[in-house]
Design a protein around this ligand. Structure first.
Ligand SMILES: CC(=O)SCCNC(=O)CCNC(=O)[C@H](O)C(C)(C)COP(=O)(O)OP(=O)(O)OC[C@H]1O[C@@H](n2cnc3c(N)ncnc32)[C@H](O)[C@@H]1OP(=O)(O)O
Ligand SMILES: O=C([O-])CC(=O)C(=O)O
Length: 379
């Protein structure tokens, strides 16, 4: 097959692939102009208000919302696979507590892949089953890691609880107020999918070599870890801790910008006038602030948001409200990005399956700017 672009010095560079359309997708559409995000055609705001996270997972994987029977089947499978295999537990416990929880999640998914009973079967049916098993097991991994760092025992999952409620149960050993469960479920729905973001693109690149689904997810976790992507949600709490209180936000920001620091939780590659998901998550944050009686946290949140708008005209992205929301729920700050993983695994795996259904090896070109051709000195 003939290449469409020749590798010449005239080749136009799209640094960071900004503005480049690399393929089609039917999983979701992000439209900055209309500030909309649709999963398989459905506005994410409606999904967050009206659907459980399991319904959204089904939608992303299958393209349609489930019937009652289809949802019951998914719930049954997800609940069945929640208990972690002992080799996964052993792998998590063997890792040093000094490592980041994203390293734990990445390693655990790798171990799950190595023990996968259908390794080598890349059929759509096998990949779907692998995706359901990963979805079922990630909450237990995240909870096990947070709890061992706190010196707490493991909590067994409960198969009478839905995904979001069980996640909170295995993490905290108690069932929080419905306001908290709803806010958590909303965050899971909002985090689930966002077209060709860096981690999803990573998953698709790996899938495009006909590597396996677990390898694609492991790579995606690595991409999500960085603070320019998913790692921003925990970085927001580090920022809040550094600022301290609302009255210090503007001065802190002036100093940070003077030192050319990036303010985590603000800005976006696609949305330049605000992230379509933020108002929905902000409404949940407001409810959490009222529930936990933490107006000081909201005041700090608003003070930094206002100062950033005044100075840079840059708006928050989804990581800005989810950081303090997860903090209020009681999660340890380094656990925030693993929570993102537990949700985004649905979008990643939907994209892996879409990539494989119409695959082309992803291999862009580059423009060489190194030394001219030269000879190695003879000995
Ligand atoms: C779920 C998610 O992954 S959402 C993203 C989470 N990431 C973050 O919150 C990290 C902070 N944000 C950023 O670093 C950036 O906004 C990114 C990486 C998300 C997007 O970056 P890009 O699309 O490449 O935007 P770019 O870096 O070109 O920014 C344009 C201008 O705005 C500035 N800018 C953008 N975001 C920020 C920010 N958060 N803080 C300070 N300045 C910023 C840039 O410095 C640049 O200014 P300049 O033109 O004077 O150099
Ligand atoms: O789309 C992006 O570049 C980052 C993002 O918001 C996401 O992955 O949710």
């Amino acid at each position: 097959m003939e290449a469409h672009v020749t590798e010449t010095p005239e080749t136009q560079i799209h640094k960071g692939l900004a503005g480049v359309v690399v393929d089609t997708t039917q999983v979701s559409s992000v439209d900055a102009a209309s500030n909309s995000l649709l999963y398989r055609g459905y506005p994410v705001q409606q999904l967050a208000a009206r659907c459980s996270f399991e319904e959204v997972a089904y939608l992303l994987w299958h393209g349609e919302l489930p019937s009652a029977a289809q949802l019951a089947d998914l719930q049954k499978a997800e609940r069945w696979h929640r208990v972690l295999d002992e080799h996964v537990v052993a792998a998590v416990l063997a890792l040093p507590e000094s490592c980041h929880p994203m390293d734990v999640v990445r390693t655990a998914v790798s171990v799950i892949g190595a023990h996968d009973p259908t390794a080598g079967d890349a059929s759509p049916e096998a990949n779907l089953a692998k995706s359901v098993r990963l979805l079922a097991q990630l909450p237990g991994i995240v909870a096990l890691d947070q709890r061992r760092r706190r010196g707490q025992d493991t909590i067994a999952p409960r198969d009478d609880l839905g995904f979001a409620e069980n996640f909170l149960w295995v993490t905290f050993g108690e069932l929080p107020d419905p306001v908290v469960v709803k806010a958590f479920e909303v965050s899971m729905v909002l985090y689930a999918e966002h077209s060709f973001n860096a981690s999803t693109f990573t998953a698709r690149v790996i899938a495009s070599t006909l590597s396996d689904l677990h390898s694609a997810v492991v790579g995606a976790i690595g991409a999500l870890k960085g603070p320019l992507h998913g790692g921003a949600n925990e970085a927001v709490m580090a920022t809040f801790a550094e600022i301290g209180s609302a009255d210090r936000a503007a001065a802190w920001l002036d100093d940070a910008l003077a030192h050319k620091r990036k303010i985590m939780g603000f800005g976006h590659r696609v949305y330049k006038h605000g992230d379509s998901r933020v108002p929905t998550m902000r409404a949940s944050l407001d409810e959490l602030v009222a529930h936990y009686d933490r107006p000081d946290l909201l005041a700090l949140y608003e003070a930094l948001e206002t100062a950033m708008a005044e100075r840079k005209d840059i708006q928050p992205n989804l990581d800005y409200p989810t950081g303090p929301a997860y903090h209020l729920m009681g999660f340890d700050t380094p656990t925030f990005t693993p929570l993102f993983v537990a949700s985004r695994v649905t979008g990643w795996t939907a994209h892996v399956m879409e990539q494989l259904a119409s695959n082309a090896l992803i291999r862009p070109l580059s423009k060489y700017t190194g030394p001219e051709r030269r000879d190695v000195p003879e000995a």
